[in-house]
Design a protein around this ligand. Sequence first.
Ligand code: FAD
Length: 488
Amino acid sequence: VKKALIIGAGIAGIATAIRLAVKGYRVDVFEGNSHPGGKLSEFEQEDFRFDAGPSLFTMPQYVDELFILAGKNPADFFNYQQLDVVCRYFYEDGTILSAYADEEQFAAEVNQQTGEAVSSVKEYLKNSANIYSITNHVFLERSLHRLKTYLHWDTLRSVFRFPQIDASRTMHKANQLFFKDKRLTQLYDRYATYNGSNPYTAPATLNVIPHLEQHYGAYFPEGGMYNIVSSLVKLAESLGVVFHYNSPVEEIVLEKQSAKAVKVKGELISADVIVSNMDVWFTYHKLLKQHPHLFPKKILRQERSSSALIFYWGINKQFAQLNLHNIFFSNDYQAEFDHIWQQKNIYRDPTVYLNISSKYKPDDAPKGCENWFAMINVPSNTGQDWGSLITIARQNILSKLSRILGEDISGLILSESILDPRGIENKTSSYQGSLYGTSSNSQFAAFLRHANRSSSIKNLYFCGGSVHPGGGIPLCLLSAKIVSDWIA
Ligand code: FAD
């Protein structure tokens, strides 16, 4: 029996473990933390429960697929419910838009609240679907780094349609042309942040993302986001995968440029293949630091994705006008992104994302209360004075929410914790605290991400948000598929 060893129990590491176990490998997962999930984690704060990281769940079929592969019925282990309203958008001018899952209903809502034509929304989503049909086989479901991909008929067919993926103009430029109303341009520009990028520089190819949300839907997992992790770990264990917690890998040991073993607590553990789910930058700089000549230097120098600043608040009230996902838009989106990407600090009027899981899982908060996860996009950690940035941002977020909701929010806060880019970096070994590995701000970003296999070190593979095809739960799950198919 071949032995596979996985460094990190993030969502991609767990999914890779399941896929390799199904293929007959004996799999051991070494995780530095005391629990699995990486960025996908949960915690309790007095009587409130919070999902600490990801809160938006899309493409649940990639999770189901893992149960099916193992010969099990997904519904016996993991369930989720589709959201009727994906998000509620609040603008400073008083406009409130409910993003209905149903396309017709959403287009009608947009028309009613903003006057934008129903046909603009429909045309926009048609374009988004078209980009998806060209990119999914080439950029998302396969490795860009294997000849096999390019010999595939789907790839060739897609290559002929490449001009339609709109890679030479920015997302913002493209969106402006679709809509007369600035509020709609802003709404669709925001999808750049789904992979930590800047809509004013990222290619319009990223306009594929709205299709995923509108067409395939957004969901809430029964039991909360962390249940994705818990149920997949259970599945992995039922297949014989062994998880070793509190076991940070200290080194990847090479023999003639081939990965042979890892060092954990001073002990060498060998394997036939080694898969790193640790951020690729740290995999090289921490675990392979004796071999700098083997580093893919250009790739490791790439710009990192943005990070996040999150306030977890126990709130002593329930707000009927709020939903599971809520966005409070900045009045000047360009200034906000300028601050994140050029000035590397935080704009005074940031867009606030407010997630309230107790809307769907009432026992996440005591009676009459709500658990608020208030997040803004911030630059990755390059040594800013976070202490003072956080103090100012907290004040600005609270005044924005109080202004738009017409109520003093600071008086309702029962408990608080804060996560900033330094915390994200420390807790999950994500270089600079980036949420999604590298940014997608350049036209060629999709081709520049690190491959799922090392080109200089044999037997060393990579999965997770810092490598191809990218960050976010769905893409991390796809990386697990790509890497396990490659290994097998
Ligand atoms: P990670 O979660 O990065 O985990 C890597 C694991 O490896 C960690 O457990 C770490 O402890 C372990 N590790 C590292 N080094 C070592 C070592 N040397 N030895 C052993 N173990 C090690 N995505 C969405 O789809 N929807 C969202 O709404 C969303 N929102 C987000 C909000 C926040 C605040 C954050 C932080 C992320 C968000 N994301 C979202 C992104 C998503 O969480 C990530 O893309 C995804 O979870 C990354 O998974 P991963 O497999 O790359 O591993």
